[in-house]
Design a protein around this ligand. Structure first.
Ligand SMILES: Cc1cc2nc3c(=O)[nH]c(=O)nc-3n(C[C@H](O)[C@H](O)[C@H](O)COP(=O)(O)OP(=O)(O)OC[C@H]3O[C@@H](n4cnc5c(N)ncnc54)[C@H](O)[C@@H]3O)c2cc1C
Length: 386
């Protein structure tokens, strides 16, 4: 086992760390949270110039040809500075780059991958429906019916991140109504500006700078050539996207935890009570030690998952565990962070309130802790509890 980053990975980390220090200043991140539903285009261009969108795209299509581990190295820096930037910038590699690289035809790869690597396409994924996200196979009702050389899409999707700015939607819809649900879904590349698509932003508690939307599809015509992978195998295809997504979302939670920890640590050294910095009180030290332990724990598990992913090993259970461990780290950091800040934590003057609002999204998206534990328990041979 080797816990050392390679020289290339150290360079990648340092490059993104310097970028974050320069571009994602505390003031800028606060401004994003208060004013934006997606990071501005100039930030997208700067990250594209840094190669962020192409990290995991094969070299022959204009990317760096690196794997999930390297992606995590860069994403950790972004997420620690701004989870909203990390999540919004991560949508395209996760829901455009990876599925097309894995499932796309040569034509689809040539059309999209170089543009994704250059930061010229934005993607989102539309899986969840108004009737439910956990029981997605039971809730899904959006259909794509074949009509000549096209599919006609009707239905609604709920809680879709980044659809308001997306160029393309990775859509999961029913293509065989008569089949068992897991054998009747397909994945499509949908031009987000197609007639019949309506996108509405949803007001939410946290991660403001990565807007979440509802999408309505009304007789939307999708060329048959935009089917991604094999018809009716969409459920199995999409698992190849959802498992890496769990690594990515674990990294987002880790970023929130680290940001909250850093703020709390600094405050504990500066704030004075009874003539001493509050960081001298044992209980405050224990709060910080507890957060630090969970951060280290989460970090190790996330990178193990990334390593398994790159090695072509199974990592679905580990990634589901990482999702929980990282969420718990962010929860502990935000809750203890609020304690350490006392009354100032409850004001809008400090960023702890933002960490406190942001961590909550990660608890149930893309998969809730409850469902994650069901999945983990089943992996040990226990029967389905639902
Ligand atoms: C801000 C945000 C961004 C999102 N972005 C996207 C996106 O980009 N694309 C996308 O497709 N989706 C997205 N989602 C959807 C997200 O994946 C779902 O919210 C999630 O899957 C949970 O589904 P639900 O909200 O419908 O809750 P429900 O499925 O209604 O669950 C409600 C509660 O019941 C519990 N529960 C349900 N079934 C069980 C069971 N069998 N055992 C134990 N407990 C159970 C759940 O754990 C949860 O606590 C996003 C959601 C949010 C809020």
């Amino acid at each position: 086992m080797d816990f050392m980053l390679t020289d290339e990975q150290k360079l990648l980390r340092d490059t993104f760390r310097e970028f974050c220090q320069k571009e994602l200043t505390r003031e800028y991140v606060r401004w994003l949270d208060e004013n934006c539903d997606f990071p501005p285009e100039d930030l997208v261009e700067k990250l594209a110039a840094l190669g962020f969108f192409g990290i995991s795209i094969p070299e022959e299509y204009g990317g760096a040809g690196a794997g999930m581990f390297d992606f995590c190295v860069a994403a950790e820096e972004l997420a620690t500075s701004s989870v909203a930037v990390a999540i919004s910038m991560g949508l395209t590699p996760a829901f455009g780059g990876r599925p097309i690289a894995e499932l796309g035809t040569e034509e689809q790869k040539r059309e999209h991958l170089p543009r994704i690597a250059e930061g010229k396409e934005k993607w989102c994924m539309a899986l969840t429906e108004p009737a439910g996200g956990t029981d997605i196979l039971g809730a899904i009702a959006t259909t794509a019916e074949r009509d000549g050389d096209e599919y006609v899409v009707n239905g609604s999707k709920m809680f879709i991140s980044g659809a308001h700015v997306a160029d393309y939607i990775l859509l999961i819809a029913i293509t065989d109504k008569g089949a068992k649900r897991s054998r009747g879904l397909s994945v499509f590349i949908v031009d987000a500006r197609s007639p019949g698509i309506t996108v509405n932003l949803i007001e939410k508690v946290g991660i403001h700078a990565c807007g979440t939307t509802e999408i309505h599809f009304d007789e939307v015509r999708v060329p048959a050539g935009n089917l991604l992978g094999t018809e009716n195998m969409g459920w199995y295809h999409i698992l190849g996207t959802l498992n890496p997504e769990r690594i990515g979302t674990s990294m987002l939670s880790l970023g929130i935890a680290k940001a909250a920890f850093n703020d709390a640590l600094q405050y504990a050294k500066e704030r004075v009570a009874f003539g001493k910095p509050i960081g001298q009180f044992q209980v405050i030290q224990h709060y910080l030690a507890d957060i630090a332990i969970e951060i280290e724990n989460a970090r190790n598990l996330i990178y193990k998952c990334a390593w398994l992913c790159d090695a072509g090993e199974r990592y679905d259970v580990e990634a589901t565990m990482a999702k929980i461990v990282a969420c718990r780290a962010s929860e502990k950091a935000a809750l203890y962070g609020m304690e350490i800040f006392g009354g100032y934590g409850f004001t809008m003057e400090y960023d702890m309130q933002r960490h406190f609002r942001d961590y909550k999204q990660m608890m149930f998206s893309p998969i809730s802790d409850e469902m994650s534990k069901n999945y983990i328990a089943q992996s040990y041979g226990l029967p389905k509890s639902y």
